[in-house]
Design a binder for this molecule. Structure first.
Ligand code: GLU
Length: 435
């Protein structure tokens, strides 16, 4: 692993328990995030002090969360909340429940949130939370107890003006409802604006549930630059983001030929009926076994001869090992960090366009912002108003990234990072250093 920006704080140092030749997925994600920052900082000519500020989180909290299981046994799991940057506004970012999450992954994800919010012009810094647990192995009551206890542990950090969580991998509207309730009970009154991605009845926003996927569709169609009619698509990760992204792309005229999830991958060269497949996945717990398609190996999906590939699950799926075999000419990142820096170079050399995560999946946090604004004003917008604002912000950001990339000969990822990092650096410069 190469860390090219100064990063000597305890939060980023490799723990003694991890030998230096062993790379975990979290360290890989952090390495990617730091390398992307390094390139943007070089391009912008940032000084070392500012680079260190941007390479290190402002606050990192690790907590041990006791969990009472149904059989009375007590487990203790690790939880994290990292505020990477708060110079442009309150920290913002989801909470992930996943067995492999760790402080390094959460730090990388928080850093990506900082650039994402700056890039799309919403007044937030970046944060992320995580609990190292497999939510599918817990009962609903265990999940509720775990969520409430984790929120209690991170309570000093969060608040509608400080740090606003949202859903991420392994969490959903119900998790957000428990977070809102736990925070509100501690405060003594209802505070809907402490969390976004809530159920409608608690102050959620119309359009939030499908917002990331809608943003992926908007970014994909903008990058396509031609009629979507007949454009073939493979979607890796048929979950919260991928399933609806597949639906919206199919609604726009694309032909979704393959999708995958934890259960397996399915392929129908003539096109999948995405709506029917969503019903099948909902009812049977996964895409595997869908009758009108052939099963295929997970990894083969990434290498299919399609026009567009949408990785919409976790980090580090397109790597130096498989990137030379990626045949899609357009990759639209619904997930955070799905492409490693080495793979990015291979794709760029092959002339593949990659719409980077901090742009392609920004629809989620954009509508989170709109939800928070509605909460703070005790007001609500129609679905049409929300979609219009989402489209404006997504298309505006895409246009800025495209033109900077064209002007300076950068990839879309490099341009997106240059814009995001520059805006945060500028906020630091203008605010100055206290004391
Ligand atoms: N977890 C989502 C993301 O990675 C949404 C974050 C939010 O809405 O705050 O962008």
């Amino acid at each position: 692993m190469t860390v090219m920006v100064p990063s000597m704080t305890p939060a980023l140092a490799r723990p003694a328990s991890i030998p230096s030749d062993l790379t975990t997925p979290g360290l890989q994600a952090l390495d990617s995030a730091l390398r992307q920052l390094h390139h943007a900082a070089e391009h912008l000519g940032l000084d070392d002090g500012l680079r260190t500020m941007l390479a290190t989180p402002r606050r990192s909290l690790t907590v041990s969360v006791p969990l009472r299981r149904e059989n009375g046994q007590m487990d203790v799991v690790q939880g994290f909340r990292v505020q990477h940057n708060i110079s442009r506004g309150p920290a913002k970012g989801g909470i992930r429940f996943h067995p492999a999450t760790d402080i390094h992954e959460v730090t990388a994800l928080a850093m990506w949130m900082t650039w994402k919010c700056a890039l799309v012009g919403i007044p937030y810094g970046g944060a992320k939370g995580g609990v190292a647990v497999d939510p599918t192995a817990l009962t609903s009551r265990e999940l509720e107890r775990l969520t409430r206890r984790y929120v209690n542990e991170i309570l000093p950090l969060i608040g509608p003006e400080k740090d606003i969580p949202a859903p991420d991998v392994g969490t959903d509207e119900q998790t957000m409802a428990w977070i809102m309730d736990t925070y509100s009970v501690n405060t003594g009154y209802s505070v809907p604006g402490v969390v976004t991605g809530k159920p409608m009845t608690l102050g959620g926003s119309l359009g939030r549930a499908g917002a990331t996927s809608r943003g992926v569709q908007i970014a994909a169609l903008a990058a396509l630059g031609r009629s979507p009619e007949g454009v073939t698509v493979a979607v890796q990760g048929f979950g919260k983001v991928g399933a609806l992204a597949a639906q919206y792309l199919s609604d726009a005229g694309c032909v979704v030929v393959a999708v995958s999830d934890a259960s397996g991958a399915v392929h129908a060269p003539g096109g999948l009926d995405v709506a029917a497949l969503r019903v099948h996945a909902e009812e049977s717990g996964g895409v595997l076994g869908y009758p009108h398609a052939d099963a295929m190996a997970h990894d083969d999906l990434l290498e299919l001869d399609v026009d567009m590939l949408v990785p919409a699950a976790l980090e580090n799926v397109i790597t130096a090992a498989n990137a030379p075999r990626v045949r899609a000419r357009l990759v639209v990142e619904g997930a955070n960090g799905p492409t490693t820096p080495e793979a990015d170079e291979i794709l760029a050399d092959a002339g593949t366009t990659v719409v980077p995560d901090i742009l392609a999946n920004a629809g989620g946090v954009i509508v989170s912002y709109l939800e928070w604004v509605q909460n703070m004003q005790a007001y609500s917008w129609s679905a049409g108003e929300v979609e219009l604002k989402l489209r404006d912000l997504m298309e505006g950001a895409y246009g800025e990234v495209r033109s900077l990339a064209g002007e300076r000969g950068l990839s879309l990822r490099q341009a997106a990072h240059v814009i995001g990092v520059d805006r945060v650096a500028e906020a630091h410069r203008v605010r100055g250093l206290y004391p």
